[in-house]
Design a protein around this ligand. Structure first.
Ligand code: BTN
Length: 252
């Protein structure tokens, strides 16, 4: 029997500041694992590295999932890679086009970002909850993206020429999240790690990583068991990053 927990309880809002914030509040009020917070529009959508995430009404799928894995806090990083795999495959199931993953969890089409994922954890010695926030640009036009984002971002509409019916895409992504979450619980990180590697567009490429402490260039070699990115710099030294922003220097 198919194991389903994610999406059994969906809370829909017309507008919120951020679905991650609402999900976090609900999680603190003991909302069950698998609760999904979905909003038509976010006024303060949060991106990684403290950036804003553009989230206008009817143009994207903006949602957050509450998970309560019985795992050590460091393994939660694996869930961010899992979310990228599941979302890429969910998008493929719905549109027929498969986004590649730029480390750690940006989804790209034609080298431009179509989906971003922001994972946040509340943990002490054990994990209380993890929020997985997913933003997919579905029906955005070039005008919606604006001149600043047009160079680096895209939407499913722009890439496939087909308007997205939000609830149908959500169903596919939640199906994939359920599948990969239970696979991770039953079999551990390895299947996720393999799937991430198949979908990745980072490894083997010459990249620049901006990690807050500076910018480092080199060839992306691998991700380790905890999801950190390993690069080889020009002098042959290997360097590891737990977080950062990657720019691919030789786009396909
Ligand atoms: C990134 O910078 O790539 C991450 C973007 C994550 C955006 C999503 S939209 C739904 C959820 N709510 C938020 O405020 N952020 C995430």
């Amino acid at each position: 029997m198919k194991k389903m927990i994610i999406g059994q309880n969906i809370r829909y809002y017309d507008e919120v500041d951020s679905t991650n914030t609402v999900a976090n509040e609900l999680a603190q009020q003991e909302a069950p694992e698998g609760t999904v917070v979905l909003a038509d529009c976010q006024h303060r959508g949060q991106g990684r590295l403290e950036r804003r995430w553009l989230s206008p009404p009817n143009k994207g799928l903006w949602f957050s999932v509450i998970l309560r894995p019985q795992a050590e806090p460091p393994t939660a990083v694996q869930l961010t890679l899992l979310a990228a795999v599941a979302t890429s495959l969910g998008i493929e199931a719905y549109t027929g086009i498969r986004p590649g993953i730029k480390w750690p969890n940006d989804l790209l089409l034609q080298g431009k970002k179509v989906c971003g994922i922001l994972c946040e954890m509340d943990a002490g010695e054990t994990i209380d909850h993890v929020i997985i926030g997913i933003g997919i640009n579905t029906n955005m036009t070039l005008q919606d993206l604006g001149p600043e984002l047009q160079a680096t971002a895209t939407s499913l509409w722009l890439e496939s020429g087909r308007a997205v019916v939000g609830p149908e895409l959500l169903d596919e992504v939640l199906d994939q999240l359920n599948y990969w979450y239970f696979k991770w619980i039953d079999e551990g990180f390895e299947p996720v790690y393999k799937a991430w590697n198949r979908l990745n567009v980072t490894l083997g490429r010459f990249i620049r990583v901006d990690c807050g402490e500076g910018q480092f260039c080199g060839q992306a070699l691998s991700i380790d068991e905890e999801g950190a990115l390993v690069i080889r710099e020009a002098d042959g030294r290997e360097r590891k990053f737990n977080f950062g922003e990657v720019s691919i220097r030789n786009p396909e």
